[in-house]
Each structure stands twice: as C-alpha cells, then as structure tokens.
Write a protein that binds this ligand. Structure first.
Ligand SMILES: Cc1cc2nc3c(=O)[nH]c(=O)nc-3n(C[C@H](O)[C@H](O)[C@H](O)COP(=O)(O)OP(=O)(O)OC[C@H]3O[C@@H](n4cnc5c(N)ncnc54)[C@H](O)[C@@H]3O)c2cc1C
Ligand code: FES
Length: 282
C-alpha cells in the first residue's frame, strides 16, 4: 500500500493581497491573507523575528521578514523594490494572488527578555525586522522594563512606519528618539547619525539588564556596536538579524551558510557574540 506523501516544505500556499500602502520611495507595505483559513491560523503562530518565503508567480521567490507582531490581527510584509522579484511584488494590486511559505527561522526569544530593558536601534529599513518584537513588547508592556527606540534615516521622507510610531509614542513608558542624517525646513528634530542620539542631553540608556536590538545598514551597525560596547554592553546582550542569499529557507540547500551556521534555520537572529564567532564581516 502506498504511503501518504509527507508535506512538501517547498510548496507555497496561496495568499491574497488585501491592500498596498506606500511607505517611502521604493518601499511598500503589503497587507494580505491566506486563501485557506486553516493556513492563516497555522501561520499566525509565528514569532517576532521570523521570516517567510514570498513567491510572485512567473517572477520567483524571496525571503521577507514578518514585521507584524503576533499580537496584531493583520499579516503584512514591507518590501523594498531592488530587483526583479521584489519589482513584481510591487506591481500587485488588491485581490491579486501570490504565495507564501513559512514562517521560518529562530526569531527573537521574547520570553527570555521578560523583566529586562529593551533598547531598539534601527537605521533606515532596518526597522522592518525589528518592528515585530518592538510591537510585541509594547503589547506586553508590563513584562518588560524600559523600552526605548532610537531610529535614524537619511531624511524625513526616509522614516518608515510613521503611523505606527505615532501610536507607539502614546504607550506608557515608551521612549522614542528619531534622527535624520540631513535636516530640512520640515524637520525640527535631531540631526545626526543614530548613535548621536545616545549622547543627546536628557537621554539615559540603562546598560545593566538591557538587551540591545540593532538592525540597519552595515556602516550604521558598525558604529552603533562601537557605541554600545563603549557604553558597557556585553556581546551577548546585543542581538541582530542577518541577511543572506537564500533559496530553500529551511536549512537544506546551503545557500545561506556562514561557516557552520545556516542563517535561515539557525538564524536569522544572532547575538553579536555569535556573529563575531561566525567570522561574519558586517
Ligand atoms: C531573512 C531575510 C529577511 C529579509 N526581509 C526583507 C524584508 O522584510 N523586506 C525587504 O525589502 N527585503 C528583505 N530581505 C531582502 C530581500 O530578500 C531581497 O531584497 C530580495 O531577495 C531581492 O530579490 P529581487 O529578485 O527583487 O532582487 P535580486 O535581483 O535578487 O537582487 C537585486 C539587488 O539586491 C541585492 N540583494 C538581493 N538579495 C539580497 C540580500 N538577501 N541581502 C543583501 N542584498 C541583496 C543584490 O545584490 C542586488 O544588488 C530579506 C532577506 C533575508 C535573507
Ligand atoms: S537557504 Fe537553503 S540552507 Fe539556508
């Protein structure tokens, strides 16, 4: 008697686009749901920091972070158009079908941080992978100590999730500091690289019992790490997500390997201590 086929891990599930929101130039947020409610329910058990493989028919597949928190109702991706597949996703309209498989990766162990202060440091679209755990922490506000976000972008029009930022700012005990590299007439806030916010008068960053989440372009990452280590942070208390070319997303093809680690399966969340041990040159 033939055995039933095990689930094919590469088989994406049909998703339907609900609405598309322009975030900043070349970056859109895509709200969607699975065609099959059972798939929707299974997928919704994702963890902050996990990712999914997104397929656009006739174009290909690419990995994308899951920016919503599991505590939010809607599923969405925020994607920058850089090449052929992301450009094809940007063409999709509400009602169009595409496909998703996942969730994949380790995610941030949010339970391990209960009782701790959380310091989020993001540059540009680096806020996409951090959005989920930040929103999760704010939705579970009483379980964490101080929650701070330091977010920088090139200019005012490069700051993402402005609607969410305004909502988050209303949360009790949440400190949000924004900066732009280049100010203009419409910007009355801080001007300078994101790390310069740590030295702003009136800003206090607790180091003891604090985990720092850092995501952004490599140059920003290097300078922020230098600042954090100078402030007394340990390598083990700094976490980030790594991006690598991925194919399978499930630890089988080897495309994403750094040394002995599969970024798709062992990551994408790593501590700075692990990143250094892997010899990763960020
Ligand atoms: C775990 C993970 C999560 C990600 N989350 C997001 C997300 O939430 N939103 C988002 O916009 N992007 C995200 N990315 C990056 C995204 O997967 C790539 O931009 C996408 O694969 C590009 O596909 P493409 O066919 O459009 O472009 P391609 O033609 O493949 O590439 C176009 C350009 O982008 C560069 N590029 C492609 N992939 C990567 C990569 N992984 N890292 C660095 N440079 C790359 C190429 O070198 C090339 O210059 C994530 C990547 C990973 C690994
Ligand atoms: S993408 Fe295939 S092993 Fe990671």
């Amino acid at each position: 008697m033939s055995q039933p086929h095990p689930e094919n891990v590469y088989l994406p599930k049909i998703a339907i686009m609900d609405r598309v929101v322009e975030e900043i130039a070349d970056v859109k947020t895509f709200y969607w749901h699975f065609e099959d409610p059972a798939e929707q329910a299974a997928f919704r058990k994702f963890l902050p920091g996990q990712f999914a493989q997104v397929s656009v028919f006739g174009a290909g597949e690419f990995p994308a972070s899951l920016p919503p928190s599991p505590t939010e109702e809607e599923l969405f991706f925020t994607v920058r158009r850089v090449g052929s597949v992301t450009a094809a996703l940007h063409q999709l309209q509400p009602g169009d079908k595409f496909a998703v498989r996942g969730p994949y990766g380790n995610g941030f162990p949010m339970n391990q941080y209960f009782g701790q202060n959380l310091l989020f440091v993001a540059g540009g679209i680096g806020l996409i992978p951090l959005r989920s755990c930040l929103n999760y922490a704010l939705d579970n506000r009483d379980r964490y100590g101080k929650i701070q976000l330091f977010y920088g972008a090139r200019g005012l029009k490069d700051l993402m999730y402005l609607g969410a930022l305004r909502e988050w700012e209303m949360t009790r005990g949440f400190e949000c500091y924004l900066t732009v590299d280049r100010g203009d007439d419409q910007w009355t806030g801080h001007v300078g690289v994101v790390g310069s916010l740590f030295r702003k008068p009136g800003v206090t960053v607790p180091v003891e019992n604090t985990t720092a989440f850092v995501c952004g372009p490599p140059i920003m990452f290097r300078f922020v790490i230098r600042d954090l280590l100078g402030m007394g942070f340990q390598d083990t208390n700094i976490v980030s997500t790594l991006e690598r070319y991925m194919k399978c997303g499930v630890g089988k093809c080897g495309h994403c390997c750094i040394g002995l680690a599969y970024v798709c399966a062992d990551g994408p969340v790593f501590t700075y201590e692990q990143i250094k041990r892997l010899g990763e040159d960020i």
